[in-house]
Design a protein around this ligand. Structure first.
Ligand SMILES: NC(=O)c1ccc[n+]([C@@H]2O[C@H](COP(=O)([O-])OP(=O)(O)OC[C@H]3O[C@@H](n4cnc5c(N)ncnc54)[C@H](O)[C@@H]3O)[C@@H](O)[C@H]2O)c1
Length: 272
């Protein structure tokens, strides 16, 4: 494991009051970083911040303005933002059939997708011209089909798509945007019913420390646009996506020698 130190670096963590966010706060602070914890759980957020010698800034990630205000307060206090961990998330509690509920849908998309998009937007702007590391917490549910929770699958796939695209778009500016994609882990988000069901089919829960290891691997990789999956008993590594087959003409020949570079070409030419 890397011995890299983070003295002088400033990290902002959403959903930092519990689970993975608190784990990353403890690890980064232990390696010398200054940590700003954000959450809607002010009691635990303030406790984690005090424990790691950092500060707590309340932020409901569903609000663009609150994300912007939180990052502004990081810059006001420390004059820099080096690492953003966009991690706040909830279990949806709603389905797409008779179990659909509009308010529940909006909340799930608001926390799990808007929260990451808004946090990324304000972090990118704070890191402009100096570079930085942005990590979003997606999930294995962003890489595979999750019939038990389609709305969660939708917002976590969206986070994966956002990270892959932004990762390519911002790497040249020295801003690395990555995702971590944990399997089921031992945090508050996993209900007792889910724990029993998983145990009954031999699926162990991940420990928070392994997810923190994946976060560290992501920020130390020097790359962007990667989605690091985490499964019990397996190495932590970026998920290998299959490339989309390129276009061919009527004769079946490839239309371009550069089909694999099409996205980069559009970025380079500023095409939106
Ligand atoms: N535990 C798992 O099995 C698992 C697996 C894959 C992905 N994830 C993802 O990991 C992330 C962290 O979850 P966790 O497992 O540590 O659970 P957790 O419940 O311990 O932590 C989530 C934190 O997000 C905070 N939060 C919720 N809504 C918020 C809002 N509107 N604004 C700000 N903060 C808010 C909660 O207060 C809590 O502190 C989530 O994005 C979750 O979807 C969890």
């Amino acid at each position: 494991m890397s011995e890299r130190r983070y003295d002088g670096k400033v990290a902002w963590i959403t959903g930092g009051a519990n689970g993975f966010g608190a784990g990353v706060a403890r690890r980064l602070a232990g390696l010398g970083a200054t940590v700003v914890v954000s959450d809607i759980d002010s009691d635990n957020g303030a406790k984690v911040a005090a424990e790691v010698g950092g500060t707590f800034v309340r932020c409901d990630v569903t609000s663009y303005d609150e994300n912007a205000a939180a990052v502004r307060s990081v810059i006001d206090a420390h004059s820099r933002l080096d690492i953003a961990f966009l991690n706040a998330g909830i279990a949806t509690g709603v389905g797409i059939g008779d179990d659909f509920d509009l308010a529940g849908y909006r909340l799930a998309m608001g926390v799990n997708l808007d929260g990451v998009a808004f946090g990324m937007q304000v972090a990118l702007s704070a890191m402009k011209d100096r570079g930085g590391e942005i990590v979003a917490t997606a999930s294995l549910a962003g890489l595979t089909s999750v019939p038990f929770d389609p709305i969660y699958g939708a917002n976590k796939h969206a986070v994966v798509g956002l990270v892959r695209a932004a990762g390519s778009a911002y790497a040249a500016q020295g801003i690395h945007v990555n995702a971590i994609c944990p399997g089921f882990a031992d945090t508050n988000i996993v209900s007792s019913e889910a724990r029993e069901a998983l145990a009954s089919i031999g699926i162990p829960l991940l420990q928070v420390d392994r997810v923190v290891d994946a976060f560290m691997a992501a920020i130390e990789s020097g790359e962007g646009g990667q989605c690091w999956y985490i499964q019990p008993g397996r190495d932590i590594e970026p998920f290998r996506f299959r490339n989309v087959p390129g276009p061919r003409d009527d004769s079946g020949a490839p239309t371009s020698d550069h089909a694999g570079d099409v996205q980069q070409t559009l970025v380079d030419r500023g095409a939106h």
